[in-house]
Design a protein around this ligand. Structure first.
Ligand SMILES: [Zn+2]
Ligand SMILES: [Zn+2]
Length: 500
């Protein structure tokens, strides 16, 4: 409760302050910056907002709960590493099977439901989604469900999405369950362009044996209709299905479930990999195709190529998993991060060769010493710079302000012979960078500068000057030295009136 009210307070502060500041800075189309895993909660509080990543984000150690979103997320070329999802999002939406039967369903992915929103220029690297549900359910790396959403220029790498439907008979006397897993999205419609997907997809039908599951598995989308254009997919799919299997390198079942949505087209895509599956069902469908498993409505498919393998098996005891071993033996190899590539741990089974990468470490520069590029001189500002000691990238620059003026306080002094007085110099601007100032006296038989003080050494007038080493800026103080009454008396006694 306390946490929740803190959160509400936090959101109020954000709501009151951030938009105004952002507006002033970037104009009306301002995007809310997101720079770390904690910031990602801003999407949850403002699901219609416009967000931009300003840095790569490490989500390791976070059990991400999929969120419903209708705003825009601009990855800005950045990557989100180590996304882990173990629970379905709260949002429900209707999905349909090939007979237009409606199923109240739940969803998992970075987003549970992406309704009308958009995601662009984002990389997800190291995705581990593993969910199960007794409800009809769909999962995808970016979204479990998309409705007229736009996903562009996104890259999904080193991903594994696993869904286990556990449907049980309910009051509706329905004999089927609707469930699917996709490389980008589970169920839905919209536009997916210029995306690259490299993923393991797992569908493990654990529904009650009285139910037949409508199983959908697709390298981009498990079921639905969308523009799928210029996408490159490497799929490693595994499905155990005791109902109706729909597996496709791009889409499990292409189906215009809502006639109000555009039908979509499939163009210029490349598919590699395979789907290993069984369909333990005498009323067989067993769809498994390089692009679309079952074409229920007909998109145009043009300019695509593939090296896709349909690995259907009749071994109904097969566990849907890339792990083939009874006695796996894994060794771990670490690859260090450098300036432009993440580090990661590679797990490889020496028995079956199954390999995957996880535990990504963000790319990082190695900040070197700051060095002076040009020293401030003659009133002209200088510059210092910090570069990466590994790749030489400039990480930071700072202006070294030159001294424009020197002033001395006090500006004049009346001293008695042998007296001392404190004197100070100030430079402007205050943050100017300079070496020690040079003090001098126009007449060292009258006044000298020593350790921050003026010492009167003889009667008369001297000008004390304080200057920068290059002499560009200087200040002065006029020192008049006279005798005190006592000093006069001593002088007169020693030298008589005549001497002076
Ligand atoms: Zn193995
Ligand atoms: Zn570097």
């Amino acid at each position: 409760m306390f946490k929740k009210s803190l959160l509400i307070l936090f959101c109020l502060i954000i709501a009151l302050s951030a938009p105004a500041a952002a507006f002033a800075e970037q104009g009306a189309s301002a995007e809310i910056p997101v720079s770390n895993a904690e910031d990602l909660s801003k999407l949850r509080e403002d699901p219609n907002g416009s967000f931009v990543l300003t840095d790569d984000i490490d989500m390791s150690g976070i059990d991400w709960v999929p969120l419903a979103f209708s705003g825009t997320l601009n990855g800005n070329g950045h990557a989100v590493y180590n996304l882990t999802v173990n629970t379905m999002g709260e949002a429900h939406a209707d999905t349909l099977d090939g007979n237009a039967k409606v199923y109240d369903s739940v969803f998992a992915g970075f987003f549970s439901v992406l309704d009308g929103g958009s995601v662009r220029d984002l990389t997800l690297r190291g995705v581990d989604i593993s969910v199960e549900s007794e409800l009809h359910c769909f999962a995808g790396t970016l979204a479990g469900y998309m409705k007229n959403a736009v996903i562009e220029n996104c890259t999904i790498m080193d991903a594994r999405v696993s869904i286990t439907p556990l449907c049980k008979p309910d009051d509706t006397k329905r004999k089927s369950c609707n469930s699917g897993v996709g490389g980008i999205a589970g169920f839905g419609s919209g536009s997916i362009r210029n995306c690259t997907v490299n993923t393991v997809l797992i569908f493990d039908d654990r529904c009650d044996s009285s139910l037949k599951v409508e199983e959908f598995l697709g390298g981009v989308l498990s079921c639905g209709n969308a523009d799928i254009v210029n996408c490159t997919v490497d799929i490693n799919g595994f499905a155990a299905c005791r109902g109706y299997a729909h597996n496709g390198g791009l889409v499990g079942m292409f189906y215009q479930f809502d006639k109000a949505d555009p039908l979509g087209e499939i163009k210029n895509c490349t598919v590699s990999g395979s789907v290993t599956f069984f369909e333990d069902n005498r009323d067989r469908r067993a769809y498994c195709q390089p692009y679309v498993g079952e074409l229920l409505t007909w998109p145009r498919i043009t300019g695509c190529s593939n090296s896709f393998k349909n690995n259907e098996t009749r071994d109904y005891t097969m566990t849907p998993s890339p792990e083939k071993c009874q006695t796996p033996s894994y060794t771990e190899t670490e690859t260090a991060a450098d300036c432009s590539h993440p580090g990661y741990t590679t797990h490889k089974c020496s028995v079956c060769g199954n390999t995957w990468n996880d535990s990504f470490v963000l790319p990082e520069h190695v900040p070197g010493e700051w060095t002076v590029v040009s020293a401030p001189e003659g009133g002209k500002d200088g510059l210092k710079r910090q570069t990466c000691s590994r790749c030489g990238k400039v990480l930071g620059e700072e202006v070294l302000a030159a001294v424009q003026a020197v002033s001395i306080l006090p500006e004049s002094l009346d001293l008695k012979y042998k007296d001392e007085a404190e004197i100070k110099a100030a430079v402007s601007p205050e943050d100017a960078v300079y070496d020690a100032l040079v003090w001098s006296s126009s007449d060292e038989s009258v006044a000298v500068f020593e350790n921050g003080r003026i010492r009167a050494v003889g009667r008369g007038t001297a000008v004390i000057t304080c200057a920068t080493q290059d002499g560009f800026a200087k200040g002065s103080c006029t020192v008049n030295v006279g005798y005190s009454f006592g000093q006069w008396v001593i002088k007169i006694l020693l030298f008589g009136w005549i001497w002076y």
